[in-house]
Design a binder for this molecule. Sequence first.
Ligand code: C5P
Length: 215
Amino acid sequence: MTVPVIAIDGPSASGKGTIAALVAQHLDFHYLDSGALYRIVGLIGGERAANLDDDTEMSRITLNLNIKFTGTGVEANGREVSALIRDEKAGAAASRIAVLPGVRAALMTLQHGFRQPPGLVADGRDMGSVVFPDAGLKIYLTATPEERALRRYKQLIEKGGSASMAALLQDIRDRDFRDSNRAAAPLLKCAGAIEIDTTGTPVDAVVAQVLRSYQ
Ligand code: C5P
């Protein structure tokens, strides 16, 4: 019997991570935050002063990386990197290396490895279209760029940082453009996906809608 998968895709800061983790918790399923993988590759590439646009160099780095989710965080080559991969710089680097087909291929086996009983909730950009095309439920989460920038702003302020709404909105628009217009696994609402616009909708209402769609 194949292990069930719920694929949750959507643009940056659409709430995918929060919703996916809660749905996984409700169903007692495993959870894959695929964006973390791209963020780690971007982070390590930046730290090594690699050419983030060079597929050969970045693919080699990706294949030699040992990424481990620990339950409380994520490690790259034995180093805890959860906080480091969350900043805007790592996000921008992630979106740059994410256009590289070799890097995407190098992360494929790792992602498939998360498909373990009793089931998996996976969030990203291409979970339903490329990585788990046979997912039993595909969700496409959206929200307006303004709402997504505001969510990011609140997150950064809560963490004690500072942020500019204008800069965050521009970053979100740039990232949407890059993610949607790349040749390799672009962000799209794939066939069969249920679209949920989360603008102004409380998290628990979105979680309930996903769970209803699954049952
Ligand atoms: O989801 P998150 O914002 O953490 O992802 C960071 C970046 O990684 C995205 O902007 C996107 O370019 C890339 N990504 C991807 N495919 C995925 C997940 C993330 O290309 N499945």
